[in-house]
Ligand binder design. Structure first.
Ligand code: NAP
Length: 247
């Protein structure tokens, strides 16, 4: 894979899919900024692992739902490296409940964590990358934003919104040389899906044509492609990585 840019910010990179994206992008020679919110030790471990493998990494703390913190993090990166080439909006949460039991707070917390944070990231990236007329952003969405899921009215709304927002940013930013794409993972083995009961996991697996949950590295590979020069004519795309569960 070829990358004309030099560095990347991955939000929520202290564990799960974000951590794997950070490690993969470091292998391609990018300096990776590992964003975390609460688990400094976990972020430090990912940084150490990247450096032990000869990669470049730095840690940046920010709650990405907070505009001041998120934009300050991006400013720190610009002050340090002189540019931001790539952004992966990966941070996300679930607050699963059936709709009749879901409070407005359960709904807005998820919208803020999964959609508003990505808006802040996409907008700030447009501002800073626009100056260099180069950049690529990947939003980590979800299959649930495409097909819906019981117990996830809040989550599906956030990810469906993220898909639509990605397309609109792509159209607004193309003239400035900046690309916006999204990846929609199916069920991937992380802390988020470890919360599911075993019998539910077995039930889900029965419906997946590739007969298994995906690995975080399989999402990371798709993200690397969408950031890289290899996808230079792709923007506004929502790339499904779901083992065939929703095609
Ligand atoms: P995870 O293991 O729960 O990790 C989520 C990460 O996001 C953590 O590092 C967490 O940091 C961070 N985060 C959450 N809110 C944040 C905030 N406000 N500011 C900064 N960081 C924040 O989840 P995952 O499974 O890796 O999921 C990563 C992304 O993939 C999410 O957007 C998720 O919706 C999406 N996705 C996952 C699956 C799946 O099957 N796992 C499927 C489809 C889509 P802390 O450690 O501080 O909490």
């Amino acid at each position: 894979m070829k990358f004309s840019g030099s560095n990347v910010l991955v939000t929520g990179a202290s564990r799960g899919i974000g951590a794997e994206i950070a490690k993969t992008l470091a292998q391609f020679g990018l300096k990776v900024w590992i964003n975390y919110r609460s688990k400094a030790d976990a972020a430090e471990n990912i940084k150490n692992e990247i450096e032990a493998n000869g990669g470049k990494a730095a840690i940046i703390k920010a709650d990405v739902t907070n505009e001041d913190e998120f934009t300050a993090a991006i400013k720190t990166i610009i002050d340090s490296d002189g540019e931001l080439s790539y952004l992966v909006n990966n941070a996300g949460i679930t607050r699963d409940k059936l709709a009749l039991r879901m409070s407005v707070e359960d709904f807005t917390d998820v919208i803020n964590a999964n959609l508003t944070s990505a808006f802040i990231g996409c907008k700030t990236a447009l501002k800073v990358m626009g100056k260099k007329r180069f950049g690529s952003i990947v939003n980590i969405s979800s299959i649930v934003g495409e097909m819906g899921n019981p117990g996830q009215v809040n989550y599906s709304a956030s990810k469906g919104g993220l898909n639509a927002m990605t397309k609109s940013f792509a159209k607004e930013a193309a003239a400035r040389g900046i690309r916006y794409n999204a990846v929609t993972p199916g069920f991937i083995q992380t802390d988020m899906t470890n919360e599911l009961k075993d019998e539910i996991k077995v039930e889900y697996e029965k419906n997946i044509p590739l007969s298994r949950f995906g690995q975080p590295s399989e999402i990371a590979d798709a993200v690397a492609f969408l950031l890289s020069d290899y996808s230079s004519y792709i923007t506004g795309e929502i790339l499904k990585v779901n083992g065939g569960l929703y095609v």
